[in-house]
Ligand binder design. Structure first.
Ligand code: MIC
Ligand code: SF4
Length: 654
C-alpha cells in the first residue's frame, strides 16, 4: 500500500503501532460525528468518562434519525443531546437541518482529516478526501475525549475509474457495479481508494454517493482524491480555505486493482433483499412498481434532486405509484424551494418529507404487502421498510424517476425525454442557523443538561468469568445484519432505554405467541449460565448500532461464535465484553445447535494465550476449536470488562 492516499493520511495520524496492512494501529481523530439514534448512548458513555470539553478539532451531533416524535422519547433525546452538546463543546445540528452525512459533507468535512462517526455511512466524507470511518458510539465517545481510535491497518484496494458516465447513468450505478463484484461479505480489513482519469469527471456529491455505499461492502472506509472538483465544491460551500489537493503517489502500490469504465456502465438495481443482489435494470423492466422513495444519505444532494425535479417537471406520477422525496439537508430543501424545483416536484404529485432519514430507517412509508418499492437508499435488508416480506430495490435517482412516471421498472434511457443534466452550482445557499455552535468554555458551567425520564443510563458489562458454562440461545445463518439483531423502525425510539429496547433483540426470529429471544435469555441469565449466539458468515453486517451488542449484553449474552464477524460489530462486541469467537473449522457450525451446552475452561488463560480456544460441546460430547483473532489491546479490553472499564483503568494508570 506504499504511497496510497489512505497510507499518506494514516501516516500523519498514527500514534500507536506500525503502518503495515493487518497490524493493529491507533490513530488520532480530528473530527467526530454522532447522530441521535446512536448519540444518546455515546454521550451517556462520554459523560461517564469525562465531564469536560471534547478534545477533537471538531465534534458534531446531529438529529436526523428519530424525528417522528410519536411519544416523548425522541424529543427527550433531542433535548438531552442539545444540552449535552452545549456543555461539552460540540456543534449541534437541530432536527430538520438534515441527515448527518449530507450536512457534514456540506459544512464540516475536510480533505486529509480523519473523521470517526457513530454511523456506518460516515465514509460519505471520503467523497471530499477525508478518511472517514464508522464505529460504535463507545469508540466515538473515547475519541471525543481525545483517545486514539484503534483499528486493523487496512489493505488498500485501488478502484481505477476510466471514461465518463453517460446520460441517465449515475454514481449509484458505479457503487452497485462494485457491490456486484465484491459482494457484501469478505471485505473486512480493506479500504477502497478511487483513482484514474474517470475520477475528475465526478463531482463531490457523486463521489459521496459512492463512498457512502462502500459501507455495504463492509470495508473500513472509501476515499477519493482531493482535486479541482473538491476545490469547486468547497468554494461553493464558501469553505475554500478547507481545500487542499491530495492524491496518491504516482507509484502507489495497491494490494489489488479493479478497473471500472464509467462509459460502459448500465443502469443497475440491487434486488431484494441485499445491496449486492445486483441486476441490470433492463432485465427487470416491466416489473410493476407501487412506491418510489427518493432520499437518504446516499442520494439526496442538491444535484440529485434537481435532476429528479427536471425529470418530473410538467409531468405527473403514475396513478398507481406513491412518490415520496426527502431532501438530504435544509440547505438542499431551501435551494429547491427558492429556485422553483420544489414546486415542480409537488405539481408532479410527489409527497415531500422533511430532511431526515425517515423511510430509510423504517420511520414510516412502509409499502403495502406485495408492493414493489424502489428506493434511492443504500440498504434493502428484509423488513427494513417496516413491511415483512418486502420487495425493496435500490436504484439511482434516474431509475427512480423513470419508475415514478411509468409505474414500472424502466431503463431511464427508454423514457424518451431529454436528460436533465445538472451542474454543481457555483454557490450553495449557506444558512447555518440550525447548527448551534459550541459555547465558549467559560460559559458551559451554567448549562443544565436535560435528562428526560425515558433516558436510562445503560448498565455496565460484567467481567467474563474464569470458566464459561454457556448455552446456545439461538443459531442463525449467514449475513445476519444488525437490523436482524436489533430492529429499528417503530422500535428505534427505545434507543436510550436498553431494558425496554432489549425486548426486541432478534425480534424477526420470534414466533407469535411463543417465548421471545429476550425472555429466554433473561431466564438463562438468572440461572448464571452465559448466553451464546451461533452464526454463519459475515455476522453483524450493516449498521454501526452498538445496541446490537449492548442489548444482547444486557440479556446475558457472553459469546458470539460465528464463521466470521464484521468489523464494526466485532469492535462493539468487545466494547461490551462479549467474546467474539470464530469457528476454526467452519464445518463445525453444522454440529452446534440451539440449546447445546458449551464449556470453555480457563477462559482468562485462553484470552491471554494464543488465538485458539478449546471449546467443548457438553451436549454432544465433542471438542472443537474457536479462533480469537484479537490484538493484545482487544484482549485487555475483554479482560477489563469492556472498553469503558479499560479506558478508565488506562487513564488512571492501574
Ligand atoms: C442505518 O442506516 O442502519 C443507521 C440507522 O443509520 C445505522 C445507525 C443506527 O442504527 O443508529 C448505521 O448505519 O450505522
Ligand atoms: Fe440515515 Fe438511512 Fe443514511 Fe442510515 S442509511 S444515516 S438511516 S439515511
Amino acid at each position: 500500500m506504499k504511497g496510497t492516499l489512505v497510507q499518506k493520511i494514516l501516516a500523519g495520524h498514527i500514534i500507536d503501532g506500525e503502518l503495515s496492512a493487518g497490524s493493529p494501529i491507533g490513530i488520532r481523530i480530528d473530527q467526530t460525528l454522532t447522530q441521535d439514534a446512536t448519540g444518546t448512548t455515546a454521550f451517556l458513555l462520554y459523560e461517564s468518562m469525562s465531564n469536560g470539553q471534547v478534545k477533537t478539532d471538531l465534534s458534531a451531533s446531529y438529529i436526523d434519525h428519530n424525528t417522528s416524535q410519536f411519544g416523548p422519547e425522541n424529543h427527550n433525546d433531542h433535548l438531552y443531546l442539545q444540552t449535552v452538546a452545549a456543555k461539552c463543546g460540540v456543534y449541534h445540528s437541530r432536527a430538520g437541518n438534515g441527515i448527518c452525512h449530507q450536512v457534514h459533507l456540506e459544512r464540516f468535512a475536510k480533505p486529509g482529516a480523519i473523521l470517526l462517526g457513530s454511523d456506518s455511512h460516515t465514509p460519505t466524507a471520503g467523497g471530499i478526501g477525508s478518511i472517514a470511518i464508522g464505529a460504535g458510539g463507545m469508540d466515538v465517545a473515547v475519541a471525543m475525549g481525545g483517545g486514539a481510535f484503534y483499528l486493523s491497518c487496512p489493505k488498500v484496494l485501488g478502484v481505477k475509474l476510466t471514461g465518463r458516465l453517460n446520460d441517465w447513468i449515475a454514481a449509484k450505478d458505479v457503487i452497485l457495479k462494485l457491490l456486484s463484484l465484491l459482494t457484501t461479505k469478505g471485505n473486512v480489513g480493506w479500504a477502497v481508494e478511487y483513482f484514474g482519469e474517470g475520477v475528475k469527471t465526478l463531482t463531490v456529491p457523486q463521489r459521496a454517493t459512492i463512498t457512502n455505499m462502500g459501507a455495504e461492502l463492509g470495508v473500513t472506509t472509501s476515499i477519493f482524491p482531493s482535486d479541482e472538483q473538491t476545490g469547486k465544491f468547497l468554494s461553493a460551500q464558501k469553505r475554500h480555505s478547507d481545500y487542499k489537493p491530495l492524491t496518491a503517489d504516482a507509484d502507489a502500490e495497491y494490494e489489488k486493482i479493479i478497473e471500472i469504465n464509467l462509459s460502459e456502465l448500465e443502469p443497475l438495481a440491487a434486488c431484494p433483499s441485499s445491496p449486492d443482489n445486483v441486476k441490470m435494470v433492463s432485465e427487470l423492466s416491466g416489473t410493476e412498481v407501487g412506491q418510489v422513495i427518493i432520499g437518504s444519505c446516499t442520494n439526496s444532494s442538491f444535484t440529485d434532486l434537481m435532476m429528479v425535479a427536471g425529470g418530473l417537471k410538467g409531468r405527473h406520477v403514475n396513478n398507481m405509484v406513491e412518490l415520496a422525496i426527502a431532501p438530504g439537508s435544509r440547505e438542499v430543501l431551501n435551494m429547491l424551494a427558492r429556485n422553483g424545483a420544489l414546486a415542480d416536484m409537488i405539481s408532479a404529485g410527489a409527497r415531500i418529507l422533511e430532511s431526515a432519514c425517515g423511510p430509510c430507517i423504517g420511520q414510516g412509508f412502509s409499502p403495502a404487502d406485495d408492493v414493489v418499492t424502489l428506493r434511492t437508499f443504500n440498504r434493502n435488508f428484509a423488513g427494513r421498510t417496516g413491511t415483512k416480506n418486502d420487495k425493496a430495490y435500490l436504484v439511482s435517482p434516474e431509475t427512480a424517476v423513470a419508475a415514478a412516471l411509468t409505474g414500472k421498472i424502466t431503463d431511464p434511457r427508454e423514457l424518451g425525454i431529454e436528460y436533465p443534466k445538472i451542474e454543481l452550482p457555483e454557490e450553495f445557499l449557506i444558512d447555518d442557523s440550525m447548527i448551534e455552535k459550541p459555547l465558549p468554555a467559560d460559559q458551559t458551567a451554567k448549562v443544565e443538561i436535560l435528562r428526560g425520564p425515558t433516558i436510562v443510563v445503560p448498565e455496565s458489562p460484567q467481567k467474563l468469568p474464569k470458566e464459561l458454562a454457556g448455552q446456545v440461545l439461538i443459531k442463525v445463518g449467514d449475513k445476519i445484519t444488525t437490523d436482524h439483531i436489533m430492529p429499528a423502525g417503530t422500535f428505534l425510539k427505545f434507543r436510550s432505554n436498553v431494558p425496554q429496547y432489549a425486548k426486541y433483540v432478534f425480534n424477526c426470529f420470534n414466533k407469535p405467541d411463543s417465548v421471545t429471544f429476550a425472555e429466554r435469555s433473561l431466564e438463562l441469565k438468572k440461572s448464571g449460565i452465559g448466553g451464546i449466539i451461533v452464526a454463519g458468515t459475515s455476522y453483524g453486517q450493516g449498521s454501526s448500532r452498538e445496541h446490537a451488542a449492548l442489548c444482547p449484553m444486557y440479556l446475558g449474552v457472553r459469546v458470539v461464535l460465528a464463521k466470521s464477524i464484521e468489523r464494526i460489530h466485532k469492535a462493539n462486541l468487545l466494547n461490551f465484553c462479549i467474546m467474539p469467537l470464530e469457528f476454526a473449522d467452519s464445518s463445525v457450525y453444522e454440529k452446534v445447535n440451539q440449546g447445546d451446552e458449551l464449556i470453555i475452561d480457563n477462559l482468562t488463560e485462553a484470552i491471554n494465550g494464543d488465538n485458539e480456544i478449546k471449546i467443548s460441546n457438553k451436549s454432544k460430547s465433542f471438542e472443537f476449536t474457536g479462533k480469537l483473532n484479537l490484538s493484545k489491546r482487544d484482549r485487555d479490553i475483554l479482560l477489563s470488562g469492556g472498553l469503558l472499564s479499560y479506558t478508565k483503568k488506562t487513564a488512571s494508570g492501574k
